[in-house]
Design a protein around this ligand. Structure first.
Ligand code: HEC
Length: 161
């Protein structure tokens, strides 16, 4: 091997080695990102378990899936500027009438007082949203929609089945 060949092979090796290092760093990084949401790791799951019966759990989950559909329907109505339709969904599907239906579905289960408060706060936010929808003013409506969704998030952070 002449001098030039040795230098070229040497540079090639350095290049390969640094590529491997980058690859490993990316692998480690990707791995730690996946781990982040895993309960019991660096982010422990601090939500309180409700410990419901199977029937009550099924009822609660059904209500929850309808809640998500209600949010979808409200956003869809807003995008078509159908404010009355959005108000009807906010009141009937997320407001106080929904609470009675939810309780019937949860077959007499008892909930911690804090859970009950979060549930009531979420119905109240939805009723507030229903009221401001008649303004037809997105600058007034969207902050109330955000608060309604924030009420979902607050409870999901605190409780699990
Ligand atoms: C007062 C508490 C509370 C409020 C308010 C609440 N949720 Fe939930 N939700 C729960 C609990 C508890 C679970 C079960 C979560 C778990 O075990 O990981 C759940 C689960 C869900 C699920 C999963 C359902 C399934 O079939 O597994 C969806 C979707 C959902 N919620 C949507 C919503 C939306 C949208 C809102 C707001 C409009 C909302 N929730 C408001 C308590 C709440």
């Amino acid at each position: 091997m002449n001098r030039i060949t040795i230098v070229t092979v040497g540079l090639g090796l350095v290049g390969l080695l640094s590529l491997t290092a980058v690859g490993q760093a990316q692998h480690v990084h990707g791995h730690s990102m996946i781990k982040e949401g895993t309960p019991g790791d660096s982010h422990p799951d601090e939500r309180a378990a409700l410990g419901l019966s199977q029937a009550a759990e099924a009822g609660l989950k059904l209500t929850m899936r309808e809640h998500l559909e209600a949010i979808r329907d409200i956003v869809a109505s807003l995008s078509r500027q159908e404010f009355d339709a959005a108000a009807k969904v906010a009141h009937e599907e997320l407001g106080f009438p929904k609470h009675h239906q939810a309780m019937e579905r949860e077959s007499g289960a008892t909930f911690p007082p804090k859970y009950h408060e979060l549930a009531m706060a979420h119905h109240q936010e939805a009723e507030d949203l229903a009221k401001v929808l008649s303004s037809k003013d997105l600058k007034t409506i969207l902050p109330k929609l955000e608060k309604t969704i924030e009420a979902c998030v607050s409870c999901h952070r605190a409780y699990k089945l």
